[in-house]
Design a protein around this ligand. Sequence first.
Ligand SMILES: *Cc1c(COP(=O)(O)O)cnc(C)c1O
Length: 421
Amino acid sequence: MSLQERDKKHIWHPLTQHKLHPDSLPITKAKGAVLYDDKGREYIDGIASWYTAMYGHCNDYILEKVSEQMRQLDQIVFAGFTHEPAVALSEALISILPDNQEKIFFSDNGSTANEVAIKMALQYHFNNNDKRNTIVAFENGFHGDTFGAMSASGLSVYNGPFSDFFIDVVRIPTPTDDTIESIVELLQQYINTNNIAAFIYEPLVQGANCMRMHSSENLNKILKVCKANNVLCIADEVMTGFGKTGKYFASEYIEEQPDIISLSKALTAGFVPMAITTCTQKIYDAFLDDSVGKAFFHAHTYTANPIACSVALAGIDLLKSETIQQNIKMISNAHKVFESKIKLHAKVGSTRRLGVIFALDLAVDLDRYGDKRYKIFETLMANGVCLRPLGKTIYILPPYVITEKQLENIYNAIGQVLEII
Ligand SMILES: *Cc1c(COP(=O)(O)O)cnc(C)c1O
C-alpha cells in the first residue's frame, strides 16, 4: 500500500473535508527552501510550512545544537526545576523583544500562547480586585483553535459550531485612515459600557485573514485608548514574530508597546512545537502575593522542554546573523520589484507587502476552500511551488534562506496561475 493509501485508513487531517479531498501528498524530505515528495518531485516551500521553517528546513546549525541538547537533557518538570536552555532562551528573547517585556511563560503552540495571554489578562484584573470579563478583538482576526483563542478569532469559517460556548468578546474593525476616528469612538464606547480586560490584535498583518495589513499609526491610536483605560494590550505575534515584517517583531513599528506578547511558529524554526507568552513586570507583579491563590495556575506537561528551548536559541542566533538579515532585505526588495510589475496585470485586483510577506488579491471571486482555489493550488504545485492560496488571495512568506532564483520560480508560477484563471 502506498503512503497515501495507508494515511487514509486512520488519519484525520486538519482543515480538510475528507469527502471532497481524500488525498494528502506524502512529503518524504525537506531541506532549505525545498520539499521533496514520494515521487522525487521538488517544491519550493513558499510559505515556510505555515511560517515556521524560516531558517530553512533541517537547518544544519540548528540540527547540531539540538542533537547536542538531546544527549544532555531531554525533559524535566518545569514546576520547581529549571535548566540552561530555558534560562538562556529567556535572556536571548528579552534582549530582542520590545524593551518593556520582562517575563516569559512557556506553552506548546500559538493557540495556547494566546490562551495563556487571555488568562493572564483576566487574572491580572481579578488579582487587582477589578473584575473584568470582556476581550476586545479585531474583526476577522485569527488567534487559534482552543476556546479562548477561538472566541477572540473573528473568522467564522472556523468557529461556527462552537460560538455558543465562547468567552465574551466585542469586535472592532481593522483601521484605515478613513475609519480610524470612528473605530476609536466605538472602542471608547465599549470601554464605557463593558468591563474590558484586554485587547488582542495581530500587529500590522492579519495572517489567516489573507495577510490584510493596517498602518502602525492607526494601530497606535487604538493602543493609546487601551492604555489610558488600563485595558491590557496583547500582541499576537505568532505569525509576525522573528523577522517576517522586516524587524524582529511587528510591535517595533508601533510607538505604544504591548503588555503581553504571544509567540510561536518561527520561534522553534519548524523543528518542534513550542510557544511563549511574554509580559511586563507590572503584569507579573500582580501575581506575586503571600497567597497561593494569586499565582498563575496554568501548566502544560512539556512546558519549556529543553530540546525545544535549544532549537529556539539556535533560531535566534540565526535571526540575528548578518546572512539572514541580508536575505530578509533581498527578499523584501525582490517582492517590491515583483509587485510593481504584477499589480498592472488585469487579473490582479490589489497587492500588499511588508518585510518578506507579499500578498495579491485576484480580481475574481473565489470561495476560501472552493474548487477554483484547489485548481490554483494544483497549478502552483505543477510548477514546483508550494503556496496555499486563501480564497482569492495568493501570498508568499518564504524561508529567509530562499535564493533569488527560487523566488523567481515562485513569481513565475503565480504568472502561470494568472494565465489559467
Ligand atoms: C497560527 C496562528 C495562531 C495559532 O497557532 P497554532 O500553533 O496553530 O495553535 C495564532 N495566532 C496567529 C496570528 C497565527 O498565525
